[in-house]
Design a protein around this ligand. Structure first.
Ligand SMILES: N[C@@H](CCC(=O)N[C@@H](CS)C(=O)NCC(=O)O)C(=O)O
Length: 220
């Protein structure tokens, strides 16, 4: 059974948890949180020297990090990753867009506002807000003409972009002006075996890096 290191509120970790749930892949989760600085602990750096979650360790001991790489590895050979080379490039195009033009603005403002009370970084928050709204506008325009981000069906490009878009309001991003984006959010929630951000999915009890049990979150 694979082990997923990460915390529930992380959108990057949620991407992997959502795909695991939709593929029906059992896993155990070890609670490693940025909020409590677990990601900086030597025990975790020994597993993933980059010090970021999500991190996955397979039964044979191989480690994989970076949400996009994990999504690709798990989705290959399933309907979540297209077979056509051009379609594959489209999925990657949107996943790279998410990592460079979307997540660094939207996820970071959510983190700064929710976890750090902006931390005196108002200028950065304002700049991220501008960049994030532009990214959401690009998505809305794409969705006006296409049902999904990759080929003509739900794929890991949609999972990657959904993770932080659906909680963008927590980062101060108002989605009201993006009707096509809102239609897409509703359709993603209707996909088979969809799970919510705080919905735990693994049957195995969650532990922390010290091996101690982590209590389940209250029902979302
Ligand atoms: N590009 C990475 C970003 C991962 C990332 O930034 N994860 C955050 C939590 S959402 C983290 O582990 N931060 C720990 C730190 O920066 O110390 C991915 O897509 O997986």
């Amino acid at each position: 059974m694979l082990t997923l290191y990460g915390f529930l509120r992380s959108g990057n970790v949620y991407k992997v948890r959502l795909l695991l749930a939709q593929l029906g892949i059992p896993h155990r989760r070890v609670e490693v949180s940025q909020i409590t600085a677990d990601t900086a602990r030597p025990e975790f750096r020994a597993i993933n020297p980059i010090g970021k979650v999500p991190t996955v360790v397979f039964d044979d001991g191989r480690m994989l990090s970076e949400s996009g790489a994990i999504l690709h590895y798990l989705a290959n050979g399933t309907p979540f990753w297209p077979q056509d080379r051009w379609d594959q490039a489209q999925v990657l195009r949107w996943m790279f867009f998410e990592q460079y033009s979307h997540e660094p603005a939207i996820a970071v403002n959510r983190y700064l506002r929710v976890a750090r009370a902006t931390d005196g970084r108002e200028a950065q928050v304002a700049w991220n807000h501008q960049r994030g709204m532009a990214a959401l506008g690009v998505m809305n325009t794409h969705l006006a003409a296409h049902p999904w981000f990759g080929p003509g069906c739900y794929s890991i490009a949609d999972i990657a972009l959904y993770a932080y878009t659906h909680v963008a309001d927590e980062g101060g991003f108002d989605l009201a002006g993006f009707p096509h984006l809102n239609r897409w959010l509703v359709e993603i929630r209707a996909q088979p075996n969809h799970i919510r951000l705080l919905q735990e999915t693994n049957a195995a009890p969650v532990t922390n890096l010290d091996g101690a049990a982590v209590p389940a979150p209250p029902p979302a």
